[in-house]
Write a protein that binds this ligand. Structure first.
Ligand SMILES: Cc1cc2nc3c(=O)[nH]c(=O)nc-3n(C[C@H](O)[C@H](O)[C@H](O)COP(=O)(O)OP(=O)(O)OC[C@H]3O[C@@H](n4cnc5c(N)ncnc54)[C@H](O)[C@@H]3O)c2cc1C
Length: 319
């Protein structure tokens, strides 16, 4: 049976064929995928994952696309969106179970108004619950890892797993290591402050003045380190505003790379590796990417759990 027939016979979700991906990324870069599906439930997702395993076909889980640089060629795989899984379940005054496809911005603002200052990442980072947890996102020293209590996820056999120890570290989690799909996350908000909302407003203003707004970007391109800030290294090399056609380094924040309109995947890659090479030659530092580069090879490697061995990026690690 064809994948398309299996999906329609089992009512797995809404399916699109030969679908353009750039509309799902904040960079507005991305090619055409063979299939794009918005799954309708966890049970249907499990059926789909099991079937994809059986026919040995590649898949990739998409959140809000705010940390991705996707190849703009044809991608022969299924992009799976969980945006229809977006339920909010309140378990106690400060404990919530949230579906992975939810964008928690409005809930975050409500929680901060109630004083829960540790909900600030929900308000200021443009991701879904799945993406925020997978990336262990953080801002202003408030991190997702401090509020996650436990996670319900799915392995690549379609089995449901309940996890308490998510092995979080800076922009890392067990979900990346084991290639798990996050389904629901239970959050516990513990830090209550009277001035939480005014602090949020202050942080919003800081973001507004120090980061480019209303532009096509994926946020910080490179990770920071205890010994350096990536933006400072880039700034020292006087690369503020440097561009390769429409792929450009922001004038406002040098770790934010922008698509000024028509940037191609390869131009953004050229810019990334130009900066990486210059920084390495000047400071002997190998910057690590925070943004995930998605190609058909990277999807195939992660499926086979080879991510750490032959990372797509690994080809460039030898310089
Ligand atoms: C303007 C701007 C500002 C930003 N500021 C910050 C910031 O302050 N701090 C910060 O940490 N980040 C920041 N980011 C980056 C980004 O928003 C975060 O990394 C966010 O957590 C990504 O979530 P997403 O839903 O968009 O995930 P996506 O970008 O869609 O995906 C990111 C990764 O998560 C995986 N993923 C998504 N959902 C699931 C799931 N359900 N199960 C398994 N894997 C999944 C994807 O496969 C992918 O590997 C910013 C980005 C932008 C554009």
């Amino acid at each position: 049976m064809m994948l398309k027939d299996y999906i329609s016979k089992n009512h797995i979700g809404t399916l699109y064929e030969y679908h353009e991906l750039k509309q799902y990324t904040t960079f507005k870069i991305g090619g055409i995928c063979r299939y794009y599906i918005e799954v309708s439930s966890i049970v249907k997702l499990s059926l789909l994952i099991k079937y994809l395993k059986k026919i040995n076909y590649l898949y990739y889980i998409l959140g809000n696309g705010s940390n991705l640089l996707i190849d703009d060629c044809f991608l022969d795989c299924v992009f799976i969106s969980l945006k229809k899984l977006n339920k909010i379940t309140k378990l106690a005054e400060n404990i919530y179970m949230l579906d992975a496809g939810l964008k928690p911005n409005l809930l975050g603002i409500k929680l901060v108004k109630d004083g829960f200052i540790d909900a600030i990442p929900f308000c200021l980072i443009p991701g879904t619950i799945g993406g925020l947890t997978y990336m262990n996102a953080s801002c202003f020293k408030k991190s997702i890892q401090n509020i996650v209590k436990s996670v319900i996820c799915m392995d690549h056999f379609g089995n449901i797993i309940f996890l308490k120890d998510c092995q979080f570290s800076y922009r890392k989690s067990i979900f990346q290591e084991l290639n798990l799909i996050i389904l629901k996350v239970i959050f516990e908000f513990k830090e209550k402050k009277e001035d939480a909302y005014s602090t949020l407003k202050k942080y919003q203003n800081i973001k507004k003045t120090t980061q480019p707004m209303l532009v096509n970007t994926s946020g910080s391109m490179f990770m920071n380190d205890l010994n350096y800030h990536a933006w400072e290294l880039i700034d020292k090399l006087k690369l503020r505003g440097f561009s390769i056609n429409d792929a450009c380094i922001s004038m406002i924040h040098t770790n934010f790379f922008l698509n000024k309109g028509n940037a191609k995947f390869k131009e953004m890659i050229a810019l990334i590796y130009y900066v990486k090479t210059k920084i390495f030659l000047e400071f002997n530092i190998k910057l690590k990417l925070e943004v995930k580069i998605i190609t058909i090879q990277s999807i195939a490697y992660s499926k086979n759990n080879l991510r750490n061995k032959i990372d797509w990026e690994g080809n460039y690690e030898s310089f």
